[in-house]
Every structure is written in structure tokens, then in C-alpha cells.
Design a protein around this ligand. Sequence first.
Ligand SMILES: [Zn+2]
Length: 453
Amino acid sequence: MTTRATTTRYRVEAFHTPSPDRLVHLDDHVITVADGAIVSVQARRDDPEPVDVDLVGDHVVLPGFVDTHVHAPQWPQLGTGLDLPLEEWLGKHTFPLEARYVDLGFARTVWQDLVATLLAHGTTTAAYFATRHPEATVELGRVCAELGQRGLVGRVAMDHPEMTPPDLRDAGADEAVQLSAEVNLELDALGSLVTPVITPRFVPACTDALLSGLGELAAATGVRIQTHCSESDWEHEHVATRFGRSDTECLEVFGLLRQHTILAHGDHMADGDLRRAALAGAGVAHCPRSNMLFANAVFGVRRARELDLRVGLGTDIAGGDQPGVASQMSLAVAVSQMLEDGVDRSVSPGRRGRPGSRIGVVEAFFLATAGGADLVGLPVGVFEPGRRFDALAVRVEAGGTGRASSGLRFWDGVDDEPARRFDKVVRLAGPADLAHVWVDGVRRAGTAGSAAA
Ligand SMILES: [Zn+2]
């Protein structure tokens, strides 16, 4: 007996970026989705059969956003305490909050609020650092599965006796590796939306034994890795002093630099580090807002891409104070311009910045969609057959009649060029503009009534 696939046909005007410098405008196309997978993308004139959902005229459809770096337990501290340097911020604000997730009820309340909010912001995939606690970590995966968000979820391993508080410290390296292995198996059983990730918090918080044990676990199981790398002057120097190596070299020595390893931040990676990471198939979660607050530097996206490094965008909740990836796109463009130009007028223009650093909106959008998908290693981010249908429908309104809750308008005779409309969507679209958010072909959020697909 065969089961007939559930098929939905969407008529759309869409944008996507199969490569960093190539914006594709699908002006009137039909995307056919069967059981969550895209089976065809065709021009309407070549595919005149009836559609189920017609969005042409008042919506622009985009691939869903991939947030490659989120600290789930820091959700209740979003927007506070950001005046301290990283090492003080962790001790004063973050560790005391993270210790509370031994309480599963508290964890579940936070996870439900976080996942629902990120979905409403168009985050269809998120790479989460959960907490040290196994039960709360598995619960985060369960909430992702229930609410329908693609979640990469990791139990945060940390055991260093001097660099971690007692209530957030794994009892020892062997036990920590064992706990992570057990949690990975439980997460793996939660269905296709949930992917386990081996998650050493960062090198300073882990003993050598834990780092090598987690490297062996990755080699034995093939489970992906996420961690922080060269985030700030303090973190970079801490690793250099302890090991006489860069953070990137150190991760490689411990077997943690692998295909799809997500390195958060990477601001202080030198060219040699970028090459080393690229060769391993790893990449960087670029968090522009967090760079501005904590990193003492801005990650050079353009240079990293020149060296063939995978790069995605991250909010770094709550080291970044904004919940959605959309705002990170325009920030990524802005910080790249600041890196190129420099910011101190007392330095001569020729020496003020770093030439060749700026990126444009197309590349920023690539990072938020296809680039992020490539970094985390999931088949989303582009509208092509074989990928899963994770998508957003942005409602657009004509100038003069738009809603006051949004600045997004297309003016007749002004915004007729597709590239101009794309520019506006990237820089202006917020959650109020997202009429529909689909994950794996299922509508999971959006401001429109539930009647539409
Ligand atoms: Zn982080």
C-alpha cells in the first residue's frame, strides 16, 4: 500500500540567493511542496495548473531565516546588563540565570516563549546552546518539535574548576561526555526537526580532558559541534596563554574542528585560523550586534568568504539584544562598512579602516538564509527541488496605505525595480510584516488569519 503525499502548490513572487553574489527574483512562480519537500519551482506560464495558495501581488516570499547562534537560557535576560565586558557579564548575569534551569518547569516556560517568539520573527532554524542540565536540554528539543521549529540543540558541557561556578559545573570530564552522549541520543529520537549538537561552551570553561573527550565523541558519532571561538580580546588571549595556540588551532588539536562545526563570533581569528577552519569544513556564526557590544572587534565577513569559509548570521541571544535574524542582516552590512571606513576621525582616512571589508544586502541575505543553512548542514535556505520548504511570506503594502506598525512600503513608480524592493524587504521587514511562516511545509507562525494555508 502506498500513501499519497500531501501536496501544496504556492504561487509566489519570491527572492532567494543560491550563492553569495547572486540574487534570484522569481517574479511569478509556482513552488510545489510534497510532504515538506520542494518538488518543483516553475514559472507560472510553464505550470498553469491550479494552485492552493496564491500570494502574488501582496506578498514577497523568502526562505526562512537560520539563526546560527542562540543561548536559549539567556532569553529572560534579553536587553539587560550589556554594559559589562564578556567575562564579567557571564559571572554577574548569565551564570546565575542559567543555574535556574535545573527547574524543568521554569525551563519549559522559557523554551515555549522563546521558540514561539523566534518563529514569529521568521527564524525557521535555530542553533541553540541549551544549558548544562540534561533534562532541560532534551525539553528544548521537545518544544522545538512541538512548535515546529528546526532546532539544533546542544547540552552545554563545562567542567573547568576555576572558570565555571559550582552549580553549573559538570562533575568531571568522563561524566560530562557521557551525559552529552545520552542527551544526543534522546534529542535524535525527537523527529526530523531536531538535531543534536556537541556543545563545549568555550575553551576557557573546559578542561583538556573534556575537550578531547568531546572530540572523540564527535568522531565516533558524527554529531555536529558548536562552540565559541576567538570571541573577544579576553577569550582569545586566555586560550593563547593557556595553550600557546590560537583558539582555532586548539579546537583542531582536540578534534573539535570538523565539517559543519559552528564557531560563534570568530572576530579575532587570523587569516591562518580562517583557512584552517575552512579546510575543516567549519564556519563562523557572525553576530554583528553582539560584536558591537562584546567582541572588541568586528568579524571580517568579506575576508572570511574570500578564504572560502562558511558563514551564517546569529543573534547571540542574549549577548545580542534583538530576537530576530532580520535586523542582523542590515547590521551586518552596517558593521562591515564601519570596519572598512573606520570610526575614529583623528586617524587619517588612509589608515582609519580596513579596505575591502564591506558587504551588501544580497550577501547579508545569503548569510541569513543559504549561508546559514550551509554552515549548519541542513537542506533549507534556497528554493530548489530536494530542499525542505522553510519559508516566509512578507506582506507588502502600497505607499500611502500601509500599516503604521511597519515602515515597509512599495511606492508605485518608485519601487518598481525588483532589486529595490528586495533592499527594502531586507532592511525593513519585521515580525509585523510576516503573514506566514512555514517550517517543513507546515504553517507555524504569522500575522495573517489561520485560513491561509
Ligand atoms: Zn554565544
